[in-house]
Write a protein that binds this ligand. Structure first.
Ligand SMILES: *[C@@H]1O[C@H](CO)[C@@H](O)[C@H](O)[C@H]1NC(C)=O
Ligand SMILES: *[C@@H]1O[C@H](CO)[C@@H](O)[C@H](O)[C@H]1NC(C)=O
Ligand SMILES: *[C@@H]1O[C@H](CO)[C@@H](O)[C@H](O)[C@H]1NC(C)=O
Ligand SMILES: *[C@@H]1O[C@H](CO)[C@@H](O)[C@H](O)[C@H]1NC(C)=O
Length: 402
């Protein structure tokens, strides 16, 4: 089970999901399969992970029992115990020759735009760096047989879908991805002169919520779309009830949307049945311009010691306040800082294999400095998620034991 074999990377419209492992839990009363899905969403998109063990719905707690082979392989039986007291997000990037977890270019479902290796990126630090928290080490695990992972509806073009569902057959596990960049609902309303106009309903949870509410594990994320022109200008865009604000500050809109989300979670999610996680903002690194004005990150190196998160702080503070106002416990995957070190992890000019005539002339012009190469940085988010699930389970075990 713990073989460091290849694992699949699955990529929905800017979404990627990966299954790390499954645990079989022989418990006294019943035996059931439990699996862990590790997931990440790409920068500009929000996604939900609905995580559904196929056997035995109604499992309520994340019960303990770590596959001993996983632990032996990591060389420490205290591994999981160490995780429980460790700040997973405080650490450094170190080169590890055993990385990445799957051969670069081996995964057929990674989007071309993130498949940097296949697109000719010559260096390899970007997939050989491992996140090392100061107080512990992240456990690793991966899917053994990629051919037993597939899209449930046989869709190949899942990038265009609002949701997709990946089956990990060997583990009795399904990972569903829902594209909902704001968490709240995009809307249309009529102008004074009768023409249709796009708005964002700050007071209404995404209509997809009905579909993911029954998942065992939910992972939310929202971020970059709150920096786009419409959202940051906030003119005649944000709506509550029938009221469209002529102007509303984006941070206030963000706060209201997140509050709507928090209320929905509190009203609809039973924390005894469903674990809720929220993955933080992943920074982009354009220098000398923005994504549409010549911003670059080509050949940037990762930074080791200092990052400036001030740009993100106001939104992170909103998140923090919303979490504290909720009754449902939310595990916060605080990846903003560790990700901000990784200037080198973006596709930059390796976002495409075949460039257009125009792009060939100016290959440095249009760079992607907000999404991530795969293998690469998002694999580490998945390792963090995995560690978070393990320690949640360990905490539950301790509480049950007491
Ligand atoms: C992977 O699964 C496929 C389909 O079930 C099977 O044919 C193949 O032998 C498996 N490969 C390995 C290495 O187990
Ligand atoms: C309706 O008003 C919007 C601005 O509110 C304007 O952009 C649009 O052109 C108008 N449409 C017509 C048909 O007058
Ligand atoms: C960060 O590292 C660089 C070189 O690696 C060094 O010059 C600089 O002083 C360091 N800054 C801090 C705050 O440690
Ligand atoms: C998240 O991590 C950063 C360091 O990367 C730290 O400064 C911040 O306090 C953390 N936030 C929370 C809510 O733990």
């Amino acid at each position: 089970m713990a073989d460091a074999a290849e694992k699949p990377s699955i990529n929905g419209r800017r979404l990627i999901s990966q299954l790390k492992t499954l645990f079989s839990l022989p418990k006294t009363k019943r035996t059931y399969g439990f699996c862990y899905g590790l997931v990440f969403a790409f920068v500009a998109v929000t996604m939900f992970l609905a995580f559904t063990p196929s056997s035995n719905r109604g499992v309520s707690l994340l019960l303990p029992n770590f596959s001993p082979s996983v632990l032996k392989k990591q060389g420490s039986e205290n591994l999981v115990e160490k995780l429980t007291d460790c700040d997973l997000f405080d650490g450094e990037w170190v080169r590890d020759e055993s990385y990445p977890l799957y051969e670069p270019g081996s995964c057929s479902i990674i989007d071309e735009q993130f498949n940097c290796f296949v697109n000719g990126r010559p260096d390899n630090d970007y997939y050989k760096l491992k996140w090392k928290p100061i107080g512990c080490s992240l456990p690793r695990n991966s899917v053994k047989n990629q051919s037993n992972v597939y899209e449930a509806n046989g869709r190949h073009n899942f990038r265009a879908e609002a949701s997709s569902s990946f089956v990990f057959k060997d583990y009795g596990c399904t990972i569903e991805l829902f594209v909902s960049p704001f968490l709240v609902q995009e809307w249309e309303t009529l102008d004074k002169n009768g023409s249709k106009k796009e708005t964002l309903r700050l007071d209404m949870i995404s209509k997809l919520a009905d579909e993911y509410r029954s998942a065992d594990i939910l992972i939310f994320n929202t971020g970059h779309w709150w920096t786009h022109e419409k959202t940051s200008k906030g003119e005649n865009y944000y709506q509550e009830g029938s009221h469209v604000y002529t102007k509303l500050n984006v941070l206030e809109a963000f706060r209201r949307a997140l509050t709507t989300w928090g209320r929905w979670v509190d009203a609809n999610i039973d924390p005894m049945k469903t674990m809720v996680l929220f993955r933080g903002y992943s920074p982009s690194h354009f220098s000398g311009g923005q994504w549409n004005s010549g911003g670059q990150c080509h050949q940037d190196k990762f930074i080791k010691n200092e990052t400036d998160l001030s740009l993100y702080l106001p939104k992170l503070e909103v998140l923090d306040r919303v979490f504290r106002g909720m009754k449902t416990p939310v595990s916060y995957l605080n990846i903003t800082g560790m990700t901000d070190y990784r200037l080198d992890g973006h596709p930059s000019i390796y976002r495409k294999q075949t460039l257009s005539e125009e792009e060939r002339k100016t290959p440095l012009m249009v760079q992607d400095c907000s999404h991530w190469c795969l293998p690469g940085v998002p694999d580490s988010w998945n390792e963090l998620l995995y560690a978070e699930l393990l320690r949640k389970q360990e905490n539950t075990r301790r509480n049950v034991g007491n």
